[in-house]
Design a binder for this molecule. Structure first.
Ligand SMILES: [Zn+2]
Length: 468
């Protein structure tokens, strides 16, 4: 404790496993790790006082497509006279994905990551499938775009798992789609070689960036290819993420091709493990969920995007009843507010069951039982899913955290006992004051150093992209 290279962050209230405590500081090391939680009278290192603030572990956004930020506000109309759906939205998304230069991608990604930082997110899992040049040719460095997105996150100050996507085909017995030429790597050996290259490059990032494997979906990756990706990822201890069961058409196609649902296919091929996260999981039944739980796998729910795309209601009640580990993602970035995703889980369950306080087992009582489950989805569960060394305020973990202003109108008047419930159900972004990653403040008093520059560059990009 007597180490002058340590720093003590002393808020009014600090979030622990036992709830909020007062008079306790979070002590961080120069290395960027949490050293200990120390009562104020015992502090022997320089103190950063945080009066009127509560301190909580940083949020983990486990599913992002940063570039899709350019679509915000531009798809809320009927593009097709016969009606709008996920598939017509996807056409618009493909059209813009086909036009972004490397510089454009950097500007769009920094914009998305800036908003994440301002909303208390300290680590992100970026599901990255934009690999090639506009004409589909491979860049001289085949990981150029992956490195640009990684750089954008690190420049903003976020920790990032670059989940490099394998994309082999348009679908089962489906002709090639020219809009997908920037995503395609049809040979699994080529994909794995590039993934491994990226893994080596990012290994020097000191825990600020690392890779994961992300076969896009059972639609886009045939089984033999899928098995090679899983086997490599398991060998290298990488997280594996995949879109699963977002649309009914995907289930129907998988059943036609393999005679099974995507989850039962993954199960029967022995691919489910605690390294695996299924993203979305909208159209599933109890049997699918049980297979995931038995295999130790997790789900990443993205309710703000799923409700925007009309994917269908997420079976949140089923997930929690069966004990599936749930983490969260802002996905298309129609909105970047992970606590909104967290509360939406419970609200979907309420609409579905016409009851209140649904996602908490019968035996668990106490005012914060539900809120702490939802908060864990936005923190520790996400960290586990993307393999980030964060998600809780514990010695040895990274010093990733944020503070909230206790006098912000959205949570004013909360007691220490009701504060977490106030935060999970009602926090506005205006309450978020400091955001710290690896012991370094990236947001101070609700402001990021590069905020004006990032917004300006993004406004220029939008003007150019959407000029008529
Ligand atoms: Zn996605």
């Amino acid at each position: 404790l007597n180490d002058s290279t340590n720093t003590a962050w002393l808020p009014d209230l600090l979030y622990t496993e036992r709830g909020f405590v007062s008079g306790v500081a979070l002590v961080t090391e120069a290395s960027g790790a949490i050293a200990s939680l120390v009562p104020e009278p015992e502090l022997e290192c320089p103190v950063i006082p945080l009066p009127g603030r509560a301190l909580l572990p940083g949020l983990v956004n486990a599913h992002s497509h940063a570039f899709q930020r350019v679509l915000r506000g531009l798809t809320e109309y009927r593009a097709d006279a016969t009606g709008d759906s996920f598939w017509t939205w996807r056409d618009l998304m493909y059209a813009v994905a086909a036009r972004l230069s490397p510089d454009d991608l950097y500007a769009a990604s920094r914009m998305a990551f800036l908003e994440m930082a301002l909303s208390g997110i300290t680590a992100v899992g970026e599901f990255h499938y934009l690999h090639h040049a506009l004409d589909g040719a491979c860049y001289e460095d085949p990981n150029q775009l992956a490195r640009i997105v990684t750089q954008a996150a690190n420049d903003v100050g976020l920790r990032i798992a670059l989940l490099r996507v394998a994309y082999a085909r348009a679908g089962f017995q489906t002709p090639p789609d020219p809009h997908q030429i920037r995503f395609l790597e049809t040979d699994p050996d080529v994909f794995l070689e590039r993934l491994d290259q990226l893994r080596t490059t990012l290994a020097v990032a000191g825990g600020m960036a690392w890779v994961g494997a992300a076969p896009h979906s059972v639609r886009a990756v045939p089984l033999a290819y899928l098995k090679e990706v899983f086997s490599f990822a398991n060998e290298q201890h990488l997280p594996i993420h995949m879109h699963v069961a977002e649309q009914p058409a995907e289930i129907a196609d998988c059943t036609t091709e393999y005679g099974r649902s995507p989850i039962s296919l993954l199960h029967s091929e022995g691919l489910l493990s605690d390294r695996f996260t299924a993203v979305h999981l909208i159209h599933v039944n109890r049997e699918d969920v049980r297979l995931l739980v038995d295999g130790g796998a997790a789900v990443c729910a993205c309710p703000t995007t799923e409700r925007n795309l009309g994917d269908g209601p997420l079976p949140a009640e089923l997930f929690f009843r069966e004990g599936l580990s749930v983490c969260l993602g802002s996905d298309s970035h129609i909105q970047i507010d992970l606590l909104e995703d967290a509360r939406e889980l419970e609200y979907l369950a309420r609409l579905d069951t016409r009851k209140r306080v649904v996602l908490v087992p019968d035996g668990e009582v106490g005012p914060a039982a539900l809120a702490s489950k939802l908060f864990a989805a936005a923190t520790a569960n996400g960290a586990r899913s993307i393999d980030a060394n964060s998600g809780a305020l514990q010695p040895g973990l990274a010093a990733d955290f944020f503070t909230v202003d206790l006098s912000d109108p959205s949570i004013a008047g909360a007691s220490p006992e009701s504060l977490l419930v106030n935060i999970v159900f009602s926090l506005a972004r205006s309450a978020i004051r400091d955001v710290v990653v690896s012991g370094r403040r990236i947001v101070t008093d609700g402001h990021h150093n590069a905020q004006e520059e990032i917004c300006q560059a993004f406004a220029l990009l939008q003007r150019r992209l959407w000029a008529t």
